[in-house]
Design a protein around this ligand. Structure first.
Ligand SMILES: CC(=O)SCCNC(=O)CCNC(=O)[C@H](O)C(C)(C)COP(=O)(O)OP(=O)(O)OC[C@H]1O[C@@H](n2cnc3c(N)ncnc32)[C@H](O)[C@@H]1OP(=O)(O)O
Ligand SMILES: O=C([O-])CC(=O)C(=O)O
Length: 445
């Protein structure tokens, strides 16, 4: 840090302090939240419903969570399909994008539309991925999405149908981009062999990811099914989550879809949002190193309190993987991922690790209740990293898999907003400073 910048900054803090009370005085909705913690209503949607509490007689009551895609409970989607085992994510993409479950024929056509677009443009891999290795793959993916703008003959066409068309192209191409940027990274920075397989059109998106990441290209049906379900569980979460809203805010200016998706990826990277899956991994590694998998409940309680006291882990005071802006008593996605995680853990001889996570989550929820008096729950990111780890997916890719899944939600909300809202998003801020005269330099302090 440059000392001069530090000095200017400290002076500016004295000059420009804003009292916290003023937020109340002017009824500012910090974080776009109402006083009871519920989100400020900024839109209408028919895409998904995130239900985390009840409102009874105007009062918020905590409740068990549920998530609906186009009115269908996600739990039913997953349980209804577990017999068939393939392409559930693609079916959910169709549902989210078009609002209804496809017929057999429509689904076959949609799968073909997607797989015909898996392939990257000629020389794209050599020029943009192999030629430009990067250490942070989320930032790299933002660049890649912006790079695709240059390969589009009509990139600034922001009509609704073109937005949908370009969005489906991104949905189809992001999985291989993600895998190739990872392979390039480990080749250049970790001195591993370079493994680049061709994409295969007959594979689902989950299968494509596993095949591109494995040296031998092989995976089991159970592994593909677990990843497929994880993608389904991350596909959409209403219009209020930070990355989806970011994408809609950017798009409301009339800019291109590549800019909106790149912005949304930047939002998702943050550890309070999609980056939490990576933050959970680091947190749990630190915790296990400190107290071991054999730790007693009291030891877990102690380390959680150290985290909350900003005395352990990254000093943020946050227990990653716990808490949610909407869910209170439970996040239904965490429940489903916990089940998949346990099945995989038993199969891979890692049940003790799963059970440690479970105890840690339960104790964290109790401790946060003790200290803050609020009901929190394990969220979607608490178990997702452990699931990916059991699938031998490297941690570099955890948040990128969230992008693979959530791109469909971003596109659907983008299109819905263009169709029905279509107004530039422009809230207000209140100026609470004083008015001052311009001072000539010799009179300044
Ligand atoms: C895909 C997703 O985005 S899921 C969320 C992933 N993020 C994480 O796992 C990070 C950890 N969790 C969090 O940071 C938060 O719970 C969030 C960002 C998810 C939600 O934040 P908010 O809606 O602001 O939480 P909420 O209003 O319930 O917070 C109330 C209080 O509890 C605290 N709190 C909530 N969750 C946590 C947590 N995991 N660890 C410590 N304190 C917490 C808040 O800091 C706040 O404290 P304060 O009143 O002293 O400022
Ligand atoms: O809804 C939110 O705020 C965060 C979340 O869980 C998601 O985007 O999946």
């Amino acid at each position: 840090m440059n000392d001069q910048i530090q000095d200017f900054f400290e002076k500016s803090l004295v000059e420009n302090h804003i009292d916290n009370e003023l937020y109340q005085t002017y009824s500012v909705k910090k974080g776009l939240r109402n006083e009871d913690g519920t989100g400020v209503l900024v839109g209408l949607t028919k895409i998904s419903d995130v239900v985390g509490y009840k409102i009874q007689d105007g009062e918020k009551t905590d409740d068990y969570g549920s998530l609906y895609y186009r009115g269908i409970n996600v739990e039913d989607i997953i349980n209804g399909q577990r017999k068939e085992k393939r392409y559930l994510f693609e079916e959910v993409c169709f549902l989210i994008l078009f609002g209804y479950l496809p017929s057999y024929d429509e689904f076959e056509k949609f799968k073909k539309v997607l797989s015909d677009r898996y392939e990257l443009p000629p020389h794209y891999l050599e020029a943009n991925i192999l030629g430009f290795p990067a250490k942070n793959l989320m930032n790299k993916l933002q660049q890649e999405v912006l790079m695709l703008y240059g390969y589009d003959d009509d990139p600034d066409n922001t009509s609704i149908i073109e937005t949908l068309n370009k969005g489906i192209d991104l949905l189809a191409k992001i999985p291989s981009i993600v895998c190739y940027t990872y392979q390039t990274k480990v080749h250049y920075f970790d001195e591993k062999s370079l493994v680049i397989h061709h994409v295969q059109k007959d594979l689902s998106i989950a299968e494509t990811i596993l095949s591109l990441l494995r040296n031998d290209g092989k995976f089991t049906q159970k592994e593909a099914e677990a990843l497929d379900i994880a993608l389904v569980l991350h596909a959409d979460h209403g219009g209020g989550n930070n990355s989806t809203f970011t994408n809609v805010v950017i798009s409301s200016t009339g800019t291109d879809i590549y800019s909106s998706v790149a912005g949304a990826i930047g939002s998702l990277k943050g550890p309070r949002h999609g980056g939490a899956n990576l933050a959970v991994k680091k947190q749990m590694e630190n915790v296990i190193e400190e107290i071991s998998l054999d730790a007693t409940d009291d030891q877990i309680k102690m380390i959680i309190n150290r985290i909350l006291d900003k005395d352990f882990n990254d000093g943020s005071g946050l227990v990653y993987g716990i808490g949610h802006a909407v869910y209170t008593l439970s996040d239904p996605r965490s429940k489903m991922l916990s089940q998949i995680c346990e099945e995989l853990a038993i199969e891979k001889g890692r049940h003790q690790e799963y059970l440690f996570y479970k105890r840690f989550g339960e104790i964290a929820v109790q401790e946060i209740y003790q200290r803050k008096g609020i009901h929190v729950c394990t969220n979607v990111d608490f178990y997702s990293g452990l699931v990916y780890n059991m699938l031998n997916i490297p941690s570099d890719l955890y948040t990128l898999l969230f992008v693979v899944a959530r791109t469909v939600g971003w596109i659907a909300h983008n299109v819905e907003n263009k169709l029905y809202s279509n107004r530039i998003i422009r809230p207000a801020t209140k100026y609470v400073g004083t008015l001052k005269d311009y001072q000539p330099v010799e009179k300044r302090k």
